[in-house]
Design a protein. Sequence first.
Length: 270
Amino acid sequence: MMSNSVKVRAFGVNIGIEVAQRSQTDLLLKRLTGVLPVDLKVLGTADDIEHQFFIKPAKKNKYDLFKADEKLVSDSDEELLLDRLDSQIRLTVAEFAVDNVFVHSGVVGWKDRAIMIPASSFAGKTTLVAELVKRGAIYFSDEYAVLDRQGMVHPFPKTLSIREAENGGRQVEYTVESLGGVPGKKPLPVGLVLVTEYKKHARWKPEILSRGQGVLEIISHTVPIRNDPQFSLSVLNKVVDDAMVVKGKRAAVGPFARRLIRFFEENVLD
């Protein structure tokens, strides 16, 4: 491996990144603390690498991003290329993490219980998480719920990636502190799993799901389900053993966040 490289470990997954310029190496080390906000370790040159990324110079002032031998993207905008690398690194960790299950989900804490909002990208989970944080919720994550063997959810407090119309729909990164919130410091049991999507003028009519229905709703957002289905399912079952799972459409985020907190306090908290 050439000298312009970084090796890191997160959640038991070893990743190598090889770049075209030395300046990119220094930039990567700074970015990685935001990409993987917990459990990140820089490795030595002798450590084995399971997953390798490359940034290579290409034609017409562009760079190519590879994962092993697969070219993922080519772009002249270095910032966009690094953004793509960030998401690919997180996804690789999410898929192969040891002793943890990653679910595409927003997560906040409220009075020592967690609200988990599983959803795909562009479904508005970051917007809802940000609104809940502004109303006093503890920030855990806007991208992944990190679950341990007991079904407890751990903080994964990356910056919140909020798409802004005035920036052409491009993601802008915000720290939780800039929103007036604070990050979680300890794992919490999941009190509520919220399955929702936005619909203009929708009325909040939550449907309480059975344990089996709840697991089925979460499975489609569970990253390692194909890689390790048995472990993933055992963890998801532990989550729904103690959590209420509700499904329902939501309208404007501000009024809905207020209703959600009230529902949570009246139906989940003792």
